[in-house]
Design a protein around this ligand. Structure first.
Ligand code: FES
Length: 136
């Protein structure tokens, strides 16, 4: 018998938070997992902190729940902290996923990391006095 989804996971599967691209973003990534599904993340970053995050996925319900939770965990964190978020953190925050869907949380964590890496490798205009740096 399949393990049922937790309340937190089921709720985000049905009503994912932060779903859809951001109009303005500083970091972006799109990853296709081994299952063939794709996840995409957008990040808005200010002073080294993630101020907004969003995602879309072509994947299953658990991937919607995992992408949602990964964005929720990322917002408000310093980049160095967000880059340390792992599959297990997403799973823990969701109250677990059925074993056959745990890889969906890995796809979410990896896409978040890739969006952070994208931000970190983008060239930026050096800030003038009193301004924050902007991606070119
Ligand atoms: Fe592919 Fe969930 S992301 S099965």
């Amino acid at each position: 018998m399949q393990q049922p989804m937790s309340f937190q996971a089921l709720e985000r599967f049905q009503r994912p938070r932060n779903y859809g691209p951001l109009d303005r973003w500083d970091g972006h990534a799109r990853i296709t997992g081994p299952c063939g599904d794709t996840m995409e993340f957008w990040l808005q970053i200010a002073e080294g902190r993630i101020v907004q995050a969003s995602f879309v996925t072509s994947g299953c319900g658990p991937s919607r729940a995992a992408g949602s939770m990964a964005t929720e965990l990322a917002v408000g964190r310093l980049l160095v902290e967000a880059a340390r978020l792992e599959q297990r953190d997403v799973l823990r925050a969701l109250g677990g996923l059925p074993p056959e869907s745990e890889h969906c949380a890995l796809l979410a964590a990896n896409t978040l990391k890739a969006a952070i890496a994208d931000y970190e490798t983008r060239p930026r205009i050096a800030p003038r006095c009193g301004e924050t740096s902007e991606a070119l």
